[in-house]
Design a binder for this molecule. Structure first.
Ligand code: SAM
Length: 353
């Protein structure tokens, strides 16, 4: 059997980061193989011997090992691994490399990144690494939660130009300013579900339309007759109007600027979507009033302690229905996403007659 030998450099474990940084910068590391940590040391696979002086100050031994001793590394490196490699190549101290987050939100040409405090002094550089690896035009740093009635994201532009972007999902294009309007990736399944829930010719009232989170998939994926999309924030409403044009659903979706309690059409809806979190029950009387005389379905969203669902939100809908001389029956409910430990964002589909 032919023995295949691989060139390696052996260093002590505590010197591995420094040796790797220099060897990567000199592009001498054999990338198809893993660095092997063994007995207090590290074996770094080499493409070629390092020139004299490259590892000055790092005790090391050059040698060869059997091919089988160095596991293959899957060629597909994750974007996070590429970011880490770039940081090491650019001489970042390992302690800061370790802080580089391995998750982010990509919204079209924009990435939203949560950076730990330990990277405050390097926030622009860090953002630049992700922008190069993920090939985006702008990086926003998340500096807090979604705030206020208009659910604004707390983000800051730390790299690139502008925060307007187009996010595509399920055949729908959402254009918006990622620094001013929220976009919850966690609601992706619910957006698709609403797109599939509408029946042909239905009249829908979307009470918290935003940039068209639900109104657009309903109009693009379903064949409703009309979607009255209420939005109180002029900024979000302007994007809604643009997105109706962009998705060619102008004949179906009617953007209505204002408080849904005032602008929602009354007595016409087969379906009412209440895609809000944080006190949605206050809008139930307006939702019930929007329903057609024969009744319809209310999709009631809010956040609750997990043990209170569906009983508590259902009781709120039942009470509002009773207040309007109607009855309510739970059709189904689902957890849209975890909101916080022990708290879920849930949606109830309730039939109201
Ligand atoms: N359902 C969306 C989703 O799935 O991502 C989230 C919509 S966003 C959280 C809620 C939207 O409702 C915001 O754009 C906010 O401006 C709007 N809004 C808040 N209060 C409102 C009201 N009284 N009438 C109409 N729109 C309202």
């Amino acid at each position: 059997m032919i023995r295949v030998l691989m060139r390696v450099v052996r260093v002590a474990r505590q010197d591995a980061d420094e040796a790797l940084r220099r060897l990567l910068a000199a592009d001498l590391v054999e990338r198809g193989r893993r660095v092997v940590l063994r007995g207090g040391g590290a074996l770094v696979p080499l493409r070629a011997p390092p020139p004299a002086g490259l590892l000055e100050g790092v005790p090391h031994v050059l040698g060869e090992v059997d091919d089988g001793e160095l596991p293959r590394r899957e060629q597909r490196t994750t974007p996070h691994a590429s970011v880490v490699e770039l940081a090491m190549r650019e001489g970042w101290p390992p302690a800061e490399v370790a802080l580089l987050p391995d998750r982010w939100e990509r919204l079209g040409r924009v990435v939203v990144l949560k950076l730990p405090e330990g990277l405050d002094r390097r926030e622009r550089e860090a953002a630049g690494l992700y922008a190069r690896v993920l090939r985006v035009g702008a990086v926003l740093r998340e500096v807090g939660g979604v705030e206020g009635v208009q659910r604004r994201p707390s983000v800051r532009l730390v790299w690139g130009e502008g925060s307007v972007t187009v996010h595509r999902e399920h055949g729908v294009a959402y254009e918006f300013d990622a620094a001013a309007q929220m976009f919850s990736k966690g609601n992706v399944e619910e957006r698709l579900r609403m797109g599939r829930a509408v029946h042909p010719g239905e009249t829908v009232v979307d009470m918290f339309a935003g940039i068209g989170y639900f109104a657009l998939p309903m109009a693009v994926l379903g064949r409703p007759g009309r979607v009255a999309a209420c939005e109180i924030d002029p900024g979000a409403h302007a994007w809604l109007v643009r997105n109706v044009r962009r998705n060619r659903v102008g004949g179906v979706v009617e953007p209505l600027l204002g408080d849904c309690r005032e602008v929602a059409p009354r007595g016409a809806a087969d379906r009412v979507v209440m895609g809000y979190v944080g006190g949605t029950a206050a809008f139930l009387p307006a939702a019930i009033a929007a329903l057609a005389p024969g009744g319809g379905v209310v999709h009631f969203h809010d956040k609750y302690p997990v043990e209170d669902v569906p009983a508590r939100p259902l009781a709120a809908v039942e009470e509002a229905a009773r207040g309007a001389g109607r009855t309510a029956r739970l059709l189904c409910w689902r957890e849209v996403k975890s909101f916080a430990p022990g708290i879920v964002h849930a949606v109830l589909d309730v039939g109201v007659r």
